[in-house]
Ligand binder design. Structure first.
Ligand code: HEC
Ligand SMILES: [Cu+2]
Length: 378
């Protein structure tokens, strides 16, 4: 069957016949750049169906105009006796489309099986989606905000959601899969060409998931295998390599990137309360120490902090606010903050940053960099 149909298919898809072997396929009028091994086969099916449509569109329209002309009304004579049926014609327009539709199914189904069957030796990355961020976890425990993958190796994403339906879509790879709470879904691809010079592929969430849905676009970097191996190791350790006393200004701003979309540093209210001055209660550290922060049930933080109370120290409260954000809601704000994957050192770094919030500009850049110049010549 394949032997008969495959050549027949090529009649319809001259445009896609020239698959680039290996490298990426360039973008076309209809399709973005193809950067995974399955992209050519997906584009092939798309082109095939497209060309079948062009062909029949042209055929039908041409015949329509021809008939309009041929059977136009001439004079006043009405010929009431039209044809009733034509066996040969009816068989033709039944049998030919059956073959075309069967061929579309055959090609499509083969591609589908390929897409849903990750190869045995795939590199596995865990993906957690939540309103409104992605978290990518690598086998050694490293995590990232953007997706990094090794080139030339099949990669399998094992995906789940902490809250609502999301969907992971990488257009250049031609892959897309729903991400569902309480369930795991998979997706795999292999990208052979590394992304060089800060180039990347876009990753989108394509399931409308609320207010911050459009913040769920991330970058996909394809690294040469060696670089990738190095990157994962480094990513797993970067926090450990920083000295304790440097933590708040070296790690703080890097971690703050995950918070900036909701927390400002200059007092501007956002989706979450600013870490700068908030409602006249001082910055995040000042109002936590003084207990001025008010929650949505009207309680004041001061009644929760102290020996024998819910939190021994202000740090304890901040830690809980990051790791279990839904526990108390600051007055006027909803339960919009996702659970943050932060280890102890990351929490320390962020609390350190909050304690010295004046040392950072509105973008989270540390303002005392210049004082370090002597030590920082690495
Ligand atoms: C999607 C938006 C969002 C992101 C991202 C976010 N937060 Fe929040 N955050 C909130 C909201 C909303 C609140 C107020 C409700 C509450 O207390 O949970 C809040 C509250 C807090 C509080 C308690 C604030 C207070 O005034 O007592 C802390 C501490 C905090 N966030 C830390 C962080 C850190 C650290 C990050 C980044 C690692 C972060 N947040 C990322 C939305 C966010
Ligand atoms: Cu989403």
């Amino acid at each position: 069957m394949n032997r008969v149909i495959a050549p027949a298919m090529f009649l319809f898809c001259g445009a896609s016949a020239a698959f680039a072997s290996g490298g990426n396929t360039p973008r076309t009028f209809w399709m973005p750049e193809g950067a995974s091994t399955i992209a050519p086969s997906i584009d092939h099916v798309f082109d095939m169906i497209n060309w079948v449509c062009y062909f029949f569109f042209a055929l039908v329209v041409i015949i329509m105009f021809w008939f309009m002309w041929k059977y136009r009304q001439r004079g006043r004579i009405v010929d009431a006796q039209g044809p009733t049926h034509n066996m040969a014609l009816e068989l033709t327009w039944t049998i030919i489309p059956i073959f075309i539709v069967a061929a579309m199914f055959f090609v499509g189904f083969k591609g589908f099986l390929n897409i849903v069957t990750p190869p045995e030796n795939s590199y596995e990355i865990d993906v957690v989606a939540q309103k409104w961020a992605w978290e990518f976890k690598y086998p050694n425990g490293a995590t990232s905000e953007d997706l990094y993958v090794p080139a030339g190796q099949p990669v399998k994403l094992i995906m789940s959601s902490r809250d609502v339906l999301h969907s992971l879509y990488i257009k250049d790879f031609r892959v897309k899969q729903d991400v569902i709470p309480g369930r795991y879904s998979y997706l795999w691809f292999q990208a052979n060409e590394p992304t060089l010079n800060d180039d990347f592929h876009w990753l989108f969430c394509t399931e409308y998931c609320g207010f911050g849905h459009s913040n769920m676009n991330r970058k996909v970097y394809v690294l040469p295998e060696d670089d990738f191996a190095e990157w994962v190791v480094e990513q797993g350790q970067w926090l450990d390599k920083i000295l304790d006393e440097d933590l708040y200004f070296k790690a703080g701003p890097k971690l703050f990137v995950r918070c900036v979309q909701c927390h400002s540093l200059d007092g501007t209210p956002g989706i979450g309360p600013s870490w700068g001055d908030h409602a006249g209660q001082g910055n995040i550290w000042e109002r936590t120490v003084s207990g001025e922060t008010v929650f949505d049930d009207g309680t004041k933080l001061s009644s929760l902090i102290g020996p024998g109370k819910a939190y021994e120290t202000p740090e304890d409260y901040l830690r809980t606010s990051m790791l279990n954000p839904g526990k108390h809601l600051v007055q006027g704000y909803g339960n919009a903050m996702a659970v943050q994957a932060l280890n102890d050192r990351a929490v320390d770094a962020l609390i350190g940053m909050m304690k010295r919030i004046d040392e950072f500009d509105a973008n989270g850049k540390w303002l005392k960099e210049s004082e370090l110049v002597d030590q920082e010549q690495q």
